[in-house]
Design a binder for this molecule. Structure first.
Ligand code: MN
Length: 212
């Protein structure tokens, strides 16, 4: 996956219809091929005359964007965030695989939330409470302690120093064609396609970074 300018829209790691019946094929086409593509195109456009920024990774651009002057800071922040959040969202989903956490991550979820059921309740509540467009996240701090947070629009948890493990996109474009205005139904369906193996891998990577 290209992680610097010019950014490219890499294919989904599964077929567009692979997440049926929970997330429909048409939504996946529009979400990946049009919404994500637009963030990629606009990010490349914002960077085309900025050679000093063209060598930076997506994560570096997100972190530095808050310190860039306008009119460059805002488009880089929004579009780099849009690319990061969508790649994150698509890559953690899978038509098969672990459907609940195991190992070190399962232990951390028990410690942080009292169990997987309680974790789900808390993440669902956070996702429902996002006003307008944004994301709910499971994140880890530098010590490996877990928490749930939300971000508005295409903001990410990275500038807060949090290590993202899982996100749910609650922009209406993520669910409106199938679930109409029923965000709660989309969230319930979304749990059926989360790949907890991916989430575990991310958690282990977060903990390893801390030790370096
Ligand atoms: Mn989206």
């Amino acid at each position: 996956m290209t992680n610097h300018y010019p950014f490219e829209n890499t294919p989904l790691p599964y077929a567009y219809d692979a997440l049926e019946p929970y997330i429909d094929e048409q939504t996946m086409h529009l979400h990946h091929d049009r919404h994500l593509q637009t963030y990629i195109d606009n990010l490349n456009k914002a960077l085309e005359d900025r050679p000093a920024l063209q060598r930076m990774t997506l994560e570096q651009l997100i972190i530095i964007s808050g310190k860039l002057p306008e009119p460059i800071g805002t488009p880089i922040s929004r579009n780099a965030g849009g690319v990061y959040n969508h790649r994150f969202y698509f890559n953690q989903l899978s038509p098969s695989g672990l459907r609940q956490p195991v190992g070190v991550l399962a232990g951390a979820i028990d410690d942080g939330f009292g169990g997987f059921t309680q974790f789900r309740e808390k993440l669902t509540a956070a996702a429902l409470e996002v006003f307008g467009s944004g994301y709910a996240w499971l994140v880890s701090d530098k010590r490996g302690r877990l928490s749930i947070t939300t971000t508005a629009n295409q903001e990410t948890p990275l500038p807060r120093g949090q290590c993202p493990l899982l996100n749910i996109d609650v922009w209406e474009h993520a669910y409106y064609l199938k679930h109409y205005n029923k965000r709660a139904d989309y969230i319930t369906d979304w749990y059926n396609v989360v790949s907890w193996g991916q989430v575990s891998d991310r958690y282990i990577a977060c903990i390893s970074q801390r030790r370096q």
